[in-house]
Design a protein around this ligand. Sequence first.
Ligand code: BTN
Length: 242
Amino acid sequence: MILGNQIVRLEEVDSTNNFLAEMQSKNTAFEGLVVVAKNQTNGRGQRGNTWETEEEKNLTFSFLLKPNIVVNEQFMISKVVALGLFDFLQLCRIDAQIKWPNDILVNEKKIAGVLIENTLSGNKIANAVVGIGLNVNQNTFGKHISATSLNIEMGEELVIDEVMKNLLVGIEKRYLQLKTNPSKINEDYLQHLLGLNKPKQFSVEEKNLTGVIKGVSLLGKLQVAINGELQEFGMQEIKMVL
Ligand code: BTN
């Protein structure tokens, strides 16, 4: 498989994830196919949020994977994608961190977000639509949004298509590593995880508390020590307060 060997380029779409999922459901998408749009009118984020970006300034795209891994291991795909983004940023000399589950931050400001939507066949992940929003040339963000971009971090404008190509190479490398050396994926993910082994503020059921991230379970749950007791949380159950 070569990620991005074929690319569907759109001027405008509601969401590249929707578009690719639709192609997949009609059997017109194959592994590695990329859908990229200059503008999304209804970009979707995690936890039912929207993903809004300035028109034509940022990278918004999705690609199809057919990982054929068991459902229990689905979080490996999140790790692969987060590390691909991390590696790409490192090549740009940007020191990033992964905020569980797979936000990418630079100095605690968000530079990229990932939305992965799986379809199953039996107990296997047959299709994963991986959507990435990466801030590229946008250099102002709303007052209440703590975000940054490649342009802000590097001080130069970038060609969005070049960024996508290089990022895809990075993600593909990690995807191959999933088959050859999965423990390296686990190790690197933890190494770059924001807040590992450091006391941080979290919000759980609208209450603020201090906890220490100890790791991430196989199922992708965040393991946090709170008052000396290790607890596991799903995505809807905990938020790190930055
Ligand atoms: C998040 O941080 O909440 C995830 C954001 C994911 C946004 C990308 S942009 C391309 C793809 N299409 C979508 O509708 N969402 C993802």
